[in-house]
Structure formats: structure tokens, C-alpha cells
Ligand binder design. Structure first.
Ligand SMILES: [Mg+2]
Length: 494
């Protein structure tokens, strides 16, 4: 790990320095706040104020730099870096001389170096102090040093075309910025240690967005392999143990196209990285074939009867699905506060659940059970360079009713299938899962699954999250579909 830190207004804070210098010249009254922007605005409001502001900057960035402050949060972060053995570089956009310094009399860089030395930061910046002439050169320096993180007060540094995409930019926006940055560095350091311990070799990490319930990092191992480090959410569901066991089962039975487990311990897993990108709607016929082929592979694997626990919210016995629905419904009620979401559930979901549960099919016979990834859809798939579909995310894997597998594949909001795509996928799934009476059993289970998905999409909204309008609309669509199915319509009727 190597942390780059900007100098001006990040490490060196100038509010008091500007205030003191302007006061000393009699250019501002004492009631102007000790804030750089407030001082600048007050000067610019005066006749000839822009010239005074330029003069003041020259003063503060040279002789007056001694008045600049090192934020307490910066000191804490640098202390942590030293204790954790994390290297630091100071990387700054700072020309040698100010544009106004026509005689080149006072070096801006020399003043900054003196401040750095005076604050004992030479040793802290073990990876060097770098001053660059332009912002682009600064971004290029962050890249050439191999920084994994860069801390800066200017968000535009992170969006500069020369700023390396794999570097995590941490905005220092006042005191809170230092605390947030330190927390992020601690997290990423713990991840780096976990990856190195699991791989048995050094690893370079960069955080990956997304991951839903897990946190993800891209890892490049010292031997050149690409991997993904996963830190599982601890919600008592043993997501890590389930996923690792599922992936090992796939490997044992020769199922390619899923990550391999390089190591796992204590809520972390290091998995091989698969090439490819998540398919986006509208889906290609090959994507639908690929998803159905996976259903077929799980069906074939199930015929070998490997020992495995039930899937998350499995429907293996009569009464399982009504129980899961009741539990979800109670959780929604406990979270909600009389909001539109709760009103919708009371008006539309409750009657749907009651009638759908009356019509649920008998559970599958023992020989017709199937292993189910339980979070099965294009949101957990990658279209690989050879066109085949790879699957990730097996945290809820286990034995289940194949009608549940097929129903979730058709309804999952992460796939967001159009009615025509559902019509194309359904026969493919039914062909891939030759369980007895699956067509009628799937049709009988779908209304209850619609109610379940309506509650799942509303859950973050009930918990106070954002995206209210979209979530309400999505839940309404699931509930309307459930009611249409009960009225005898087909899933794929638009
Ligand atoms: Mg700056």
C-alpha cells in the first residue's frame, strides 16, 4: 500500500495564515472569520482587492507558510501509516516560483520543504516529496509512484484524465475527511493483509464497487494472477462458509465458469477473478441459453446427490414458503412507519399472499430436489470473452425446489427481464430442469414469489433508504403481476 497526499489545503491548512496576514496588513477587520475563502471574498470586494489577494497568496505560500497548520486528523493518519508500515508520498501541484514573482526571489517549493521539515514530516513521507508543475503531472506522479490511494482537497484531481483509475481517491473535505480517509485506509490495509495471508504472497489491492452484501477488492497477486478478495457481511447466515463450500463442490465435480477458491478464513475469501462483463438488457439469445445451461448443470450435479445444506429460504417442505413470506411481511411491518410502502403491502400484498399460499403446489419429491444458487440471474453472471456465461455469488446456495430456482430466475429484479425475455427463458429452464410436474408447479408458485419480490424491493425503502419512487413502482409491478397470475393470466402476457 502506498498513500499519496496532496500538500496545499490538504496537509497544509491556510485559513489562519491568510487571516493573520490580512489582519497584519490592516486589510480586513477582526470580525472576518478565520477562513481562507472569507478573507479572499472580503479582499475582492475592495477596490484593488484582486491585487491584494495575489500579494497575500504570495506572502502566505512563501514567508508566511510557517503559519500554516497541520490538521490533527492528518497527524493521526500519518501516525497510523507509520505504525501499520504503510508508505506515504507527498505529491503536490506546486511550481517552483509564483507567477507574480517575476524576479524569482522566493521559491514556493523551498518554503513547502521547510514547513514539511519543521513538522517532522520528512520521515513520514518515506516515498518522497514530489512537486509538479501541472495537475496532470501530479496525477501522472501518483501513477508512476504506484500509489494505491491519494488524498486531496480537490475532487477535480480524481477526475483528471491522467489520474490512474485503479487508485482510490479520498477527498479531504475538512476534519471529517481525515477520519473517513483513515477508516478507508484501515479497511483496505486489513483487506491487503487478508489477501496476502490467504494467497501466501504479496498482493496489490484496489476496491471494487458493488458487491451487494459483500465488500470486494480486485487483487493482483505477486505471481501475476488476478483474484477477487471478498469480505462477507456477517448476518448470521454463514454466507462465507456456504459460498466456499459451493464453489469447492463445483470444482470437485468439474463445473467450470465459477470462481475457484484460493483461500478462505474468518469471513474473507480469495477467489480467482473471471474475465468478462455482466450482461445487460436486452439480453442475447445466447445469454438466455447460458442461464438455462447453468440450471441444467445444477440439475445434473444434483443427480449425484452431494451432501449440502438447504438453500437460503429453501422450499423443500409444505409450509416453507408461507413461513418465509410471513417472516418477510413481519419484518416489513416492524421496519415501516405507516409509509406509502406499508400501505401498499397492506392493500395489495396481504390478499395476494393469502390467496397465493392457498394455491401453492406440493413440495417436490426427494428425487426432484435441485441445488439452487438462490440468487440466480444475470446480476450474478459474466459474459466471458468466448461468449459463455460464468456465474458468481453462491452465498445462498443449497438444496431447493427447482420451481423456486426457475421462478426466481424469471422474476429476479437484478435481471429485470422483459416479458418477451421471460417467454424465451421459461421453456429453456423447463427443458433444463426435468423434474416431475415442473410446469404446473412453477405456475402455482409464481404469485407467491411475486409477493416475496415486492417485499424484498421495498425493504431498503422501509429501512429509510433512498430510491423511494422506483422501489414503490417496482413493488407495485410485482404485486400487479401476482394478482394477474391469480386471475389466470400467463407470466409472459405483457
Ligand atoms: Mg490541494
Amino acid at each position: 500500500m502506498l498513500v499519496g497526499i496532496d500538500f496545499d489545503n490538504t496537509l497544509a491548512r491556510y485559513h489562519r495564515a491568510f487571516h493573520a496576514a490580512a489582519l497584519a496588513r490592516g486589510w480586513i477587520a477582526a470580525d472576518v472569520p478565520a477562513d481562507k475563502t472569507a478573507v479572499r471574498d472580503r479582499l475582492r470586494a475592495q477596490p484593488g482587492g484582486e491585487g491584494r489577494w495575489v500579494e497575500l497568496q504570495f506572502e502566505v505560500y512563501t514567508a508566511g507558510l510557517a503559519q500554516a497548520e497541520l490538521p490533527a486528523g492528518a497527524r493521526r493518519l500519518l501516525d497510523w501509516c507509520r505504525e501499520a508500515g504503510v508508505a506515504v508520498a507527498i505529491v503536490s501541484h506546486k511550481p517552483e516560483y509564483a507567477a507574480a514573482d517575476h524576479g524569482r526571489s522566493r521559491s514556493l517549493r523551498a518554503a513547502a520543504r521547510a514547513w514539511i521539515a519543521a513538522h517532522g514530516l520528512d520521515a513520514a513521507a518515506g516515498a518522497g516529496v514530489w512537486f509538479e508543475d501541472t495537475r496532470a503531472a501530479k496525477a501522472a506522479r501518483v501513477a508512476s509512484l504506484g500509489c494505491t490511494h491519494h488524498l486531496d482537497d480537490l475532487p477535480e484531481v480524481f477526475t483528471d484524465p491522467a489520474f490512474p483509475s485503479q487508485v482510490r481517491g479520498l477527498l479531504i473535505d475538512g476534519d471529517a475527511g481525515w477520519e473517513t480517509a483513515l477508516a478507508a485506509l484501515r479497511d483496505d490495509r486489513a483487506a491487503e493483509r487478508a489477501a496476502e495471508s490467504l494467497a501466501g504472497m504479496p498482493a496489490a489491492l484496489s476496491p471494487l464497487p458493488g458487491g451487494g452484501n459483500a465488500r470486494l477488492w480486485r487483487a493482483r497477486l505477486a505471481d501475476g494472477r488476478a483474484a477477487v478478495l471478498k469480505r462477507y457481511r456477517d448476518d448470521g447466515r454463514q454466507r462465507d462458509a456456504t459460498e466456499v463450500a459451493a464453489l469447492r463442490l463445483c470444482a470437485e465435480h468439474g463445473l467450470a465458469g465459477v470462481p475457484q477458491v484460493l483461500g478462505a478464513a474468518d469471513g474473507w475469501a480469495l477467489l480467482t477473478a473471471l474475465p468478462g462483463a455482466r450482461p445487460q438488457p436486452p439480453y442475447l439469445p445466447g445469454d438466455l441459453d447460458g442461464l438455462a445451461a447453468w440450471a441444467g448443470r445444477f440439475w445434473a450435479l444434483s443427480r449425484r446427490r452431494p451432501a449440502f445444506a438447504p438453500a437460503s429460504e429453501a422450499c423443500l417442505e409444505a409450509g416453507d414458503l408461507p413461513r418465509w413470506l410471513a417472516r418477510r411481511r413481519a419484518r416489513c411491518e416492524a421496519l415501516g412507519d405507516g409509509s406509502a410502502a406499508l400501505a401498499l403491502l397492506r392493500a395489495e400484498a396481504d390478499p395476494l399472499i393469502a390467496e397465493a399460499c392457498r394455491r401453492l403446489p406440493e413440495p417436490p419429491a426427494e428425487q426432484d430436489r435441485c441445488l439452487n444458487p438462490s440468487d440466480f440471474g444475470f446480476h450474478n453472471a459474466l459474459r466471458t470473452p468466448d461468449g459463455s456465461l460464468a456465474l458468481v455469488d453462491f452465498e445462498f446456495f443449497g438444496w431447493d425446489d427447482p420451481a423456486k430456482l426457475a421462478g426466481d430466475a424469471l422474476l429476479h429484479p437484478g435481471s429485470a427481464l422483459a416479458p418477451g425475455e421471460r417467454a424465451d427463458l421459461r421453456p429453456r429452464l423447463l427443458a433444463a430442469l426435468p423434474a416431475a410436474d415442473l410446469t404446473s408447479r412453477l405456475a402455482a408458485m409464481l404469485p407467491a414469489l411475486c409477493a416475496s419480490w415486492a417485499m424484498i424491493v421495498l425493504n431498503p425503502l422501509l429501512a429509510g433508504g433512498a430510491g423511494g419512487h422506483d422501489r414503490l413502482a417496482s413493488a407495485r409491478a410485482y404485486l400487479a403481476l401476482g394478482h394477474r397470475l391469480l386471475a389466470g393470466k400467463d407470466l409472459c402476457d405483457a
